[in-house]
Design a protein around this ligand. Structure first.
Ligand SMILES: [Zn+2]
Length: 134
């Protein structure tokens, strides 16, 4: 893993741990562009009483708002655990160019359970919406 990836992942794990200690699910997501963090979030489902507030989705919303675009083509996302199917779909639609995650999630994962991050049909059928599968 490249040095920048290690730094971002360490930060991601750190915010995820803090989230767990604060009574939330221990997930964190960090979005960066050219080595600079543009948005980050922890899981907020419990605190916000909203099942859509996964760390990745909140971070994507913050990044899009901050950068003034819905297309995050030049961004990367770091997550301490494999994004779920729900988040993987949003990652594809936001066109994030690269996903780096820690532990895999064989029961909910957007790669190992349902391969949404790698589904070539999505981008082949609707290239204007979905980034090419990685
Ligand atoms: Zn998710």
């Amino acid at each position: 893993m490249a040095e920048l990836d290690q730094l971002m992942m360490k930060h991601c794990i750190s915010i995820a741990k803090a989230s767990g200690k604060a009574g939330e699910y221990p997930y964190g997501a960090v979005i960066c562009r050219d080595g600079v963090i543009v948005a980050e979030s922890v899981n907020r489902v419990t605190h916000d009483r909203n099942v859509t507030h996964h760390a990745e989705l909140v971070a994507i919303s913050l990044a899009e708002e901050s950068l003034g675009t819905i297309s995050l083509d030049d961004c990367e996302i770091y997550v301490n655990a494999e994004p779920c199917a729900f988040c993987s779909y949003a990652i594809r639609e936001s066109r994030i160019r690269r996903v780096v995650y820690g532990v895999s999630s064989p029961h909910m994962g957007g790669v190992s359970k349902w391969n949404i991050l790698g589904d070539v049909d999505l981008s082949r059928s609707m290239p204007e919406v979905f980034r090419t599968a990685s």
